[in-house]
Design a protein around this ligand. Structure first.
Ligand SMILES: [Zn+2]
Length: 319
C-alpha cells in the first residue's frame, strides 16, 4: 500500500514502516518571482549554456555511467562521496547523493530535468549528505519534472523535516518531490528501465548493537538495474561479498562494486569465474586507493578474463 499526502506538512511513517509516499507540492510563482527579485535564483539554463561544460547525452552506447563520487565513508581530500548517474537512452537515474553531488552535477552541464529518479541505498552521510544541496539546486535551477526519491523508509520523515527546516519549502519548488520507501525485491520501473532493490547486510552489526536503543530498521540495499537486455549490478555498501548473490543469479553486463568493507582478496575470490562482463570498483577503502597500482594488479591476477576498472571522480563509463 502506498499512502499519499498531497499536503507535505507531515511525514508519517506507516506502522509497518514499509512504503510511504510523501508529496511536496508544485509551483508558487509569486514566491519564485520574489526570490528572483532578490537575486536568489537564476533562470533555468543560464549556467547550463556556458560553452565547453556540457556532456552530450549518452553519445556512445546504451549506457553512460557518470561516477560523481568514488570515495569511501571516511573524510576524503582526494575523492567525492558516493553518487552515480546511470544514463540510458531515455531514462536517467541517480544512485546515492554523497557530497558534493550538487557541485558535480552543475559541472556536468546536464539539464536539471534529466534525472528521472533518485535511489538512496542507505542513510549513512557519505550516501545522503549531498541530497539537500541537490534539492536546493533543483529549486533554484527550476526543475519542473516530478522527482520520485526511493530511500529506506526511516529517512522519509527526517528528510522532509530537514528540507522544511532549511526552508526549501514545497511551495518554492516547481516540481513535485515524492519520497517512497524502498522494499526489497520490489521493482521500480521507468519507461523500460527496471530497478530492483535487494537487502545487504552492511548495517547488520550496527543493528545488533543499537537497535534496542534506536528502534529503526537499519535498511541497506544493493540494486539490480535492467534496461532491455542490459543487466547491471550496483552493490552500494555491503556487509560481505555474499550480499551480491541476488544480483549475480543471471549474467551481468556491468557490476559496480564497493571495496571498503572486506578484504580485496575475499571479494575477488568470490567474484572469480562469475558471469560478469565488466567490473567497476568504487568506494575503495584508503589503503586500497593509496596503493591503486597494487589493487589493480591483484584484481587482474585474481579475476582473469573480467576487465576491471577503478574510475576517478566524474569519470564516465560507457557500455
Ligand atoms: Zn559508504
Amino acid at each position: 500500500m502506498i499512502s499519499s499526502l498531497q499536503d507535505g506538512s507531515e511525514f508519517p511513517v506507516s506502522p509497518s514502516g514499509a512504503i510511504i509516499e510523501v508529496t511536496f507540492g508544485v509551483q508558487n510563482k509569486s514566491a519564485l518571482e520574489l526570490l528572483d527579485g532578490l537575486g536568489l535564483f537564476r533562470r533555468a539554463g543560464f549556467y547550463n549554456n556556458l560553452p565547453g561544460r556540457g556532456l552530450s547525452l549518452n553519445q556512445m552506447g546504451k549506457l553512460a555511467l557518470r561516477c560523481f563520487g568514488v570515495g569511501d565513508g571516511w573524510p576524503c581530500a582526494d575523492r567525492n562521496h558516493a553518487s552515480f548517474l546511470y544514463r540510458f537512452d531515455q531514462v536517467s537515474i541517480l544512485v546515492d547523493c554523497g557530497e558534493p553531488v550538487s557541485s558535480s552535477y552543475k559541472a556536468s552541464g546536464l539539464p536539471y530535468d534529466a534525472i528521472d529518479r533518485i535511489f538512496i541505498s542507505h542513510l549513512h552521510f557519505d550516501h545522503i549528505a549531498g541530497f539537500f544541496m541537490l534539492m536546493q539546486g533543483f529549486w533554484l535551477e527550476q526543475r519542473k519534472k516530478t522527482l520520485p526519491v526511493h530511500l529506506p523508509a526511516a529517512g522519509i520523515k527526517p528528510f522532509g523535516q530537514l528540507l522544511n527546516a532549511a526552508m526549501v519549502f514545497k511551495e518554492l519548488l516547481q516540481f513535485r518531490l515524492r519520497f517512497e520507501g524502498l522494499r526489497a525485491g520490489k521493482a521500480v520501473v521507468t519507461r523500460g528501465v527496471r530497478v530492483v532493490p535487494y537487502r545487504s547486510s552492511h548495517l547488520a552489526q550496527l543493528k545488533k548493537a543499537f537497535q534496542k536503543k534506536y528502534p529503526q530498521r537499519f535498511d541497506s540495499f544493493s540494486f539490480l538495474i535492467e534496461a532491455g537486455r542490459v543487466r547491471i549490478g550496483h552493490s552500494a555498501d555491503l556487509g560481505r561479498p555474499e550480499d551480491l548473490e541476488p544480483l549475480l543469479k543471471k549474467p551481468l553486463d556491468l557490476l559496480v562494486c564497493e571495496l571498503a568493507h572486506f578484504k580485496a582478496e575475499d571479494l575477488f575470490r568470490y567474484l572469480k569465474r562469475r558471469d560478469i562482463k565488466r567490473i567497476v570498483f568504487v568506494h575503495l577503502t584508503r589503503p586500497y586507493w593509496e596503493n591503486l597500482q597494487k589493487t589493480r594488479q591483484l584484481a587482474a591476477k585474481m579475476l582473469p578474463g573480467i576487465p576491471c576498472s577503478f574510475p576517478r571522480d566524474n569519470e564516465e563509463i560507457t557500455i
